[in-house]
Write a protein that binds this ligand. Structure first.
Ligand code: 5GP
Ligand code: ZN
Length: 113
């Protein structure tokens, strides 16, 4: 997707601080971190968001979460972290390439805002 910010990061056209990469997923630092650890995990396949995902996307969406868990393990934040998908503009989704936010390294209140 030429006009997708995160596809362009995957393609190396836009720089990002990569923290992990495998065949299916890429993890990189959020440009505007909301916690000491704020990493975005994206599928290398363009999926617009969770509500547009289809059954065939289940494996790669699961893999994004497993990548988040691996980064959390590496960062030593397993006492408490949060994975978040903002779905739709009303929930704050601003980039329409599915991404899992990995937030940790500070107390995380519940319910979230
Ligand atoms: P959303 O609001 O869609 O759930 O999350 C999008 C996230 O992408 C935001 O947390 C925002 O800070 C991050 N972001 C937006 N543009 C860039 C960018 O160019 N590089 C990186 N690394 N993160 C970005
Ligand atoms: Zn994309």
């Amino acid at each position: 997707m030429k006009d997708c910010l995160f596809c362009r990061i995957i393609a190396g056209e836009i720089p990002a601080k990569k923290v992990f990469e495998d065949q299916h997923t890429l993890a990189f630092e959020d440009i505007n971190p909301q916690a000491p650890t704020h990493v975005l995990v994206i599928p290398k396949k363009h999926i617009r968001g969770l509500k547009e995902a289809v059954v065939e996307d289940g494996d790669i969406i699961g893999r994004c979460h497993l990548t988040a868990a691996q980064v959390a393990r590496q960062r030593g934040i397993e006492d408490g972290y949060r994975t978040v998908l903002n779905v739709g503009p009303g929930a704050g989704q601003s980039v329409f390439h599915l991404h899992v936010h990995l937030l940790g390294g500070r107390d995380l209140s519940w319910p979230p805002g």
